[in-house]
Design a binder for this molecule. Structure first.
Ligand code: SAH
Length: 457
């Protein structure tokens, strides 16, 4: 029985040998018939069963939109930027629907790029391929997915079965992410432009990275665009089998649960894996405060690292309940784990007034800036959090503070922490500035959203 429940699958189990060769081939003249001979450790299953009628999903239009764009937009595109904004379009052959393929030409009618058209977004075209023309179909998607899978290959060897398989634009698949949690994949869409391509895409996905469950998530604005959803909805299962409850997976050997349907993001903050591992190494015999803990990712790591006391704070009661379960799965009894489901700002103030102090304080708040306009407000919130965090950090202790706002650039964020420390009269010595792990590659400026400072104060 294959993972999708199909009783008559065509299976290929392929050896490790020619992976490098395949990587080179996928970059250039990829042929699926050839490439399937090279896929490492991969069980290839040529069809994907949907529990939704395939007939509900539209086919991509065969009529391509021809576009010309402004000179600055052309320059950005040539430098590899993956978006074309509505305002930079200077000429367009006809109006199109979400998911139509748009071909961008230069002023000498030479091909520049092909991408997914979305008339509902100011990011009007998300570039799939620049420089050389391409036919966008299941073969093309397979090639991208194979490249993405190879980048993450080392993770499974590190006892990690929860990771981001596709990081949108940064893996050449703009407006789409896929997270793997053991035998479940969570496919999250950020634009209706993917929907006409979903049949081909899921077929390719089932072949490159098979899973028992495939869950669809739609970002908030897409959930409201019902006219383009063709019966799809946020949280629905696209595979035949729906997961039974929570999904357990491993991160660096630790067990965590994910609730891909109701949880934040796709159920877990996979982007902090490497920072959690760093914090584990700093936690021996220390008291640790994990602010904005969500389901206790950092808390479980510091417990394994030998912390004597861990306090997890998050305003979400379900997340705090999950933090307790995550600690339990790992049987890390040596550390005491206190959980507080309250507003972090208030908790920090209360702790300071009680003169409660910790050796290590982790502050990993939600995104504060959705737009450029909000970045000043976000920086002032980061300053406030540094101030509050230092108020409960023992002198000489370690502060770990992160920002996931892509609208706030790294330098301004780090500067805001330093400024706040100075105002609080605490000398700050940096240990390290870090970002995300290998499953969150960064290929354009906006892709580098996570920054984290490790410092003593
Ligand atoms: N550090 C976590 C991820 C944190 S995401 C991890 O490693 O998994 C940000 C978290 O902040 C979310 O869990 C959200 O519920 C929480 N949050 C948002 N606003 C909050 C507030 N005012 N007080 C406390 N928690 C808050």
């Amino acid at each position: 029985m294959c993972p999708h429940g199909d009783t008559n699958p065509e299976w290929f189990i392929i050896g490790r040998a020619k992976r490098e060769k395949m990587l080179i081939e996928t970059e250039s003249t990829f042929s699926w018939q050839e490439a399937k001979l090279f896929i490492p450790y991969c069980i290839i299953h040529p069809t994907m069963d949907y529990n939704t009628s395939r007939s509900q999903l539209p086919a991509p239009s065969t009529k391509r939109i021809a576009l010309r764009i402004s000179a600055p937009a052309e320059r950005a595109l040539r430098q590899g930027h993956p978006w074309v904004f509505d305002q930079s379009i200077t000429e367009q052959s006809h109006t199109g629907a979400p998911g139509d393929l748009a071909v961008i030409f230069d002023d000498k009618r030479r091909f520049l790029a092909i991408g997914l058209y979305d008339p509902t977004s100011s990011i009007r075209v998300r570039i799939l391929q620049a420089r050389d023309p391409a036919t966008i179909n299941a073969d093309w998607f397979r090639a991208k997915l194979v490249s993405a899978a190879l980048v993450r290959e080392s993770l499974e060897g590190m006892n990690t079965t929860g990771y981001r398989l596709v990081h949108g634009e940064n893996d050449g698949l703009p407006g789409l992410v896929i997270d793997r949690y053991a035998d479940a994949l969570v496919l999250k869409l950020y634009t209706p432009a993917w929907i006409p391509h979903l049949k081909d895409f899921c077929e390719a996905l089932a072949q490159v990275s098979p899973a028992t469950h495939l869950i669809l998530r739609l970002n908030r604005s897409l959930q409201k665009q019902t006219e383009f959803l063709h019966g799809l909805s946020d949280g629905m299962t696209l595979s035949l089998l729906a997961p039974e409850g929570l999904i357990l997976f491993k991160e660096n050997g630790l067990i965590f649960e994910s609730d891909p349907i109701h949880g934040q993001k796709t159920g877990f903050f996979l982007d902090q894996r490497d920072n959690r591992a760093r914090v584990e190494k700093l936690s021996k015999d220390r008291s640790v405060l994990n602010v904005f803990s969500y389901t206790g990712g950092f808390s479980v790591y510091v417990a394994r690292g030998g912390a004597k006391e861990v306090v997890s704070v998050d305003s979400s009661a379900p997340a705090i309940e999950a933090a307790v379960r995550n600690m339990d799965y790992n049987k890390l009894v040596s550390a005491s784990h206190e959980t507080i489901a309250e507003d972090a700002f208030e908790v920090l103030e209360k702790m300071q007034s009680q003169k409660r102090l910790f050796d290590l304080v982790i502050i990993d708040p939600p995104m504060f800036a959705q737009s450029e306009k909000q970045s000043a407000g976000a920086l002032s919130a980061y300053r406030k959090l540094t101030h509050l965090g230092l108020g409960v950090l023992r002198r000489g202790g370690t502060l770990v503070q992160a920002s996931c706002s892509s609208r706030v650039d790294a330098d301004s964020f780090f500067e805001s922490i330093h400024q706040s420390a100075k105002e609080a009269n605490r000398g700050l010595t940096e240990i390290e500035r870090t970002g995300h792990g290998i499953d969150h590659p960064v290929t354009f400026k906006e892709g580098a959203y996570l920054k984290c400072l490790f410092a003593t104060a």
